[in-house]
Design a protein around this ligand. Structure first.
Ligand code: NAP
Length: 306
């Protein structure tokens, strides 16, 4: 099968880890790795891997539209708001790794097929990718989910400047995602950037207030969804729970990555990048059907839900 060409915008932690993973894909090949600063370590890494690079940002894709069919945006939410309409005009599918939430929110273990065919797909956040499958299992098995709180801790070293600039967007997008997929009445998201050395593994705790917790119903639903995630992130693991503590259901997961760009502690890169690649590979497998279909690709829905 001919590989589908993709470009990566943003040469930081997320973009560079994504590139290394895409180079192993059977369905995708990287036609351009695009940043805004030729001296960035990510562009140097891509050059050393023999990938075409540019520091001309979106201008490069506008002048070289044949370099790709899909663009992964790993810059920041502010820039994705500028890039999205240009990509749509160029007819490029945008897989958005920033918390801009222009397109439908995609968590592959839950709703990948609903998102297929949109011009813009939003991969929520790293904390969202780690917590939403758990929140979804809670929503599917518990009565009256009143409140869900998700707390993620990641190594400070793995959060690039754009992640720090996007903290408000992270909170808002994660809260919205948890609410959409669980049906909870109220949600709260917290992100801790932990500066400890040696670096800590990514961990996410999900706490839920529900009527009469039913752990017997929850356990098999969690086993199923964790098994699905482990197909793309092998070291995604429940390390606590489900237990009931002070009347709340508690589940804690630890996410370790493959150590492609940063060491394995940075599971926050893997949990969103593997989800984004899974989505792009689904486009690649269905490309002929989608591109030649009667209605073509669907424009992004502004409210960020599908
Ligand atoms: N790190 C995580 O754990 C994580 C997880 C999930 C999602 N995210 C999201 O992913 C995005 C990137 O995060 P990150 O941690 O990888 O940050 P980062 O290391 O700062 O990477 C962002 C990169 O994008 C480049 N850039 C910014 N604006 C650009 C533009 N208009 N055109 C081309 N390149 C541009 C930056 O260039 P310079 O080098 O010149 O600044 C930088 O190399 C953020 O939106 C973040 O919220 C991060």
């Amino acid at each position: 099968m001919k590989k589908l060409k993709v470009a990566i915008l943003g040469s930081g932690n997320i973009g560079t880890d994504l590139l290394i993973k895409i180079m192993r894909s059977e369905y995708l090949e990287c036609g351009a790795f695009v940043g805004r600063n030729l001296s960035s370590p990510g562009l140097a890494k891509a050059q050393s891997l023999g990938v075409p690079v540019s520091s001309e940002s979106m201008g490069f894709i506008e002048r070289n539209p044949h370099c790709c069919d899909i663009v992964f945006d790993a810059t920041s939410a502010k820039y994705h708001h500028e890039h999205a309409p240009v990509l749509e005009r160029l007819g490029k599918i945008a897989i958005d790794l920033t918390p801009a939430k222009i397109g439908p929110m995609c968590v592959p273990a839950v709703n990948m097929h609903e998102c297929l065919g949109y011009m813009n797909v939003n991969m929520v956040t790293c904390g969202g990718q780690a917590s939403i499958p758990i929140a979804y299992a809670i929503g599917q098995t518990q009565k009256n989910v009143d409140y869900i709180e998700v707390v993620s801790s990641i190594a400070s070293k793995s959060a690039g400047p754009a992640t720090r600039i996007n903290l408000d967007e992270y909170i808002h997008t994660t809260e919205l995602g948890v609410q959409k997929f669980s049906g909870a009445k109220r949600t709260k998201a917290i992100l801790n950037l932990n500066p400890a050395v040696p670096c800590i593994n990514m961990q996410t705790t999900v706490m839920a207030k529900v009527d009469k917790p039913d752990l017997a119903a929850l356990r098999p639903a969690l086993d199923r969804i964790v098994g699905t995630i482990q197909q793309y992130v092998p070291d995604y693991k429940i390390i606590v729970g489900p237990v009931v503590e002070n009347g709340r259901i508690v589940v804690m997961v630890r996410v370790k990555g493959l150590g492609d760009y940063l060491p394995a502690y940075a599971g926050n890169l893997d949990i969103i990048n593997c989800a984004a690649i899974g989505m792009a590979e689904e486009y690649a497998k269905n490309w002929e059907k989608l591109a030649t279909g009667k209605n073509g690709f669907k424009p992004a829905s502004r409210e960020g839900t599908a």
